[in-house]
Design a protein around this ligand. Structure first.
Ligand code: ADP
Length: 183
């Protein structure tokens, strides 16, 4: 499979993934793409079969509906000469590691739990209950992301400008690949 390498962005909720992504998509229009979530498109049986055959890097069931990101939907983005962005949790990271997708693994981390809590509160998207759940998940995520060899780079999002420059420096090679082939 040719085409640019996909990019895995992982890290606790509130670490700054969407903020960084938004900047990236704005600066580099037409370079990044997203995989289409499987839902509606296939029958339940087909989806079950796909999951059993390890064709999904993540799947979940909400109110009786099955959702998931398949390997082929990522390869479709790659075939369009776009860098496929995958915003997944640690479990998703581990599933992707079992495939031959060969992405760049990036972890975005907050400077501390205190700052993460402050940012989540100021984002005003959480109830007290969902906030506590996210903080608990963040503690686990922060520990697991320290494990050597899981991520190509762990970016501590303290100063947003610095974090963004670091992110760009990891992606520059793939970005240029996409831009050059458009010339
Ligand atoms: P995620 O997508 O990882 O859940 P967000 O991008 O939504 O995180 O960021 C969480 C909140 O923190 C947002 O309100 C965002 O504006 C803010 N934020 C992100 N990065 C920084 C930073 N470096 N300094 C201060 N606030 C930040």
């Amino acid at each position: 499979m040719s085409g640019p390498r996909p990019v895995v962005l992982s890290g606790p909720s509130g670490a700054g993934k969407s903020t960084l992504l938004k900047r990236l998509m704005k600066e580099y229009e037409g370079v990044f793409g997203f995989s289409v979530s499987h839902y509606h498109f296939v029958t339940r049986e087909k989806m079950r079969e796909g999951i059993d055959n390890n064709n999904f890097i993540e799947n979940a069931e909400f109110s009786g509906n099955m959702y998931g990101t398949s390997k082929s939907s990522i390869e479709d983005v790659q075939a369009q000469n776009l860098i496929c962005i995958l915003d997944v949790d640690i479990q998703g990271v581990n599933n992707i590691k079992k495939t031959d997708l060969n992405p760049i693994y990036i972890s975005i981390q907050p400077p501390s739990m205190e700052i993460l809590e402050k940012r989540l509160r100021e984002r005003e998207t959480e109830t007290e209950e969902s906030l506590q759940k996210r903080l608990e998940a963040a503690r686990i995520d922060m520990e697991l992301s320290k494990e050597p060899g899981v991520f190509d780079i762990v970016i501590i999002n303290d100063d947003i400008e610095e974090a963004y420059e670091k992110l760009k420096s990891v992606l520059v090679e793939e970005i240029e690949k996409v831009q050059d082939s458009k010339k």
